[in-house]
Write a protein that binds this ligand. Structure first.
Ligand code: COA
Length: 177
């Protein structure tokens, strides 16, 4: 699958994306707020193999897409994982491209896909309370802060709180009626 936004092409990963993905996935500044990384080469290889395998699933539950300019290398990732009609959204953008609205543009597009194409009942996303940029991205795409989970993510040996954001899906609700 592919999603085209105003400035971005969100496309399927291939194993040939290794170098570009590893450049940001091994960056400690990216890993600071997420429960993975900084990646070893083996971690990045495993990540790409998982993405490619998911593309072939009969009932696909993992939609992790490369954030690119058309025909360019990935400079970020956006993902939606689906479980029983609910989705969980996440994203990273490499350090050189922060602050230009790319996470917002990519996340908004995958959120819309989850609502309109997959008809998910609800899509949630979590971020660390001190990750102001990520919380702002979630607000900008219309998600609502619905609560805080205390000590729910183990990140490099430390239990961290999560802000929980939600987008309930009126389209799915109408669809189910
Ligand atoms: C979070 C992340 C994806 C944001 O990517 P981005 O492309 O820079 O995001 P955008 O440009 O779309 O939007 C960022 C918003 O946060 C704001 N922001 C950034 N840093 C901020 C800070 N320290 N304090 C307050 N606001 C901040 C920006 O001003 C912008 O809001 P605005 O459009 O209202 O001005 C990126 O910083 C990243 O990859 N971080 C590491 C991984 C990560 O945290 N992933 C999310 C895990 S929950």
């Amino acid at each position: 699958m592919e999603l085209q936004t105003e400035r971005l092409l969100l496309r399927e990963y291939t194993v040939d994306d290794f170098a570009a993905v590893h450049a940001f996935a091994a960056d400690v500044r990216i890993a600071e707020y997420v429960d993975w990384g900084p990646n070893s080469a083996a971690d990045t290889k495993q990540f790409l193999e998982m993405c490619v395998a998911a593309q072939g699933d009969a009932v696909r539950t993992n939609f992790t897409l490369a954030v690119t300019f058309a025909n360019g290398d990935p400079f970020g990732s956006v993902g939606l994982s689906v479980d029983h009609g609910r989705g969980d959204l996440g994203y990273v953008i490499d350090r050189d491209h922060w602050g230009q609205g790319y996470a917002t543009e990519a996340a908004a597009s995958l959120l819309r896909f989850g609502k309109e194409c997959l008809k998910l009942r609800e899509i949630t996303a979590t971020c660390r309370p001190e990750n102001t940029a990520s919380a702002r991205v979630l607000e900008k795409i219309g998600m609502v802060h619905v609560g805080t989970r205390t000590a729910d993510k183990l990140i490099r040996g430390r239990w961290r709180d999560s802000l929980v954001f939600s987008a309930a899906n009126s389209i799915a609700w109408h669809h189910a009626k």
